[in-house]
Design a binder for this molecule. Structure first.
Ligand code: ZN
Length: 169
């Protein structure tokens, strides 16, 4: 959406913010008023370059490992934070060792993203009814980055995003 100083918003003032943004390319300041709900990117009005992307978070896609299950990762989503989800999994019976986080991605459509990821990784899925995949955590991380189009918000690794991952699967 186009922001200008004269844009009138149907929001109460509590929801409004003035954003002052300095363009990395031309060094000029852009200033506008907005409701954060409406803001998805910040573009320099002088050079028309998007330098900041604002992504609402509805949940996270996570990759977890467990030393009891070597060579496998659990890939799922939560609409809460990842730590809470891990605590919940670790307190559930049946697994002697704790799940550990390998990587997490923010998502504004976590259920949809999860389905897409599970479909793409179906060849290495251990059991249709479970969320376990026979894939190295780093390869899973890079593959999910490619599927959803951005890098993880947390990762144990220094990711390599230039690799063609289809060849590795
Ligand atoms: Zn600029």
């Amino acid at each position: 959406m186009v922001h200008s100083a004269l844009t009138i918003y149907p929001y109460s003032l509590e929801k409004m913010y003035q954003i002052i943004h300095k363009c990395e390319k031309c060094g000029r300041e852009n200033s506008f008023e907005t409701a954060l709900d409406d803001l998805t990117e910040i573009k320099c009005e002088y050079c028309n370059i998007v330098s900041t992307v604002i992504r609402p978070i509805s949940g996270y896609i996570y990759i977890l490992s467990n030393t009891c299950m070597p060579g496998m990762v659990k890939i799922g989503f939560t609409t809460r934070n990842v730590e809470e989800r891990i605590k919940e999994l670790n307190s559930a019976s049946g697994v002697p060792n704790s799940f550990e986080i390998e990587a997490a991605f923010i998502s504004n459509a976590p259920a949809k993203d999860e389905t897409k990821i599970h479909t793409e990784l179906s060849e290495v899925r251990v059991n249709e009814a479970r969320e376990f995949f026979r894939i190295e955590p780093l390869i899973a991380t890079n593959h999910i980055s490619e599927i959803i189009g951005y890098e993880p918000t947390f990762s144990k690794f220094e990711p390599i995003f230039t690799t063609c991952l289809d060849k590795l699967l």
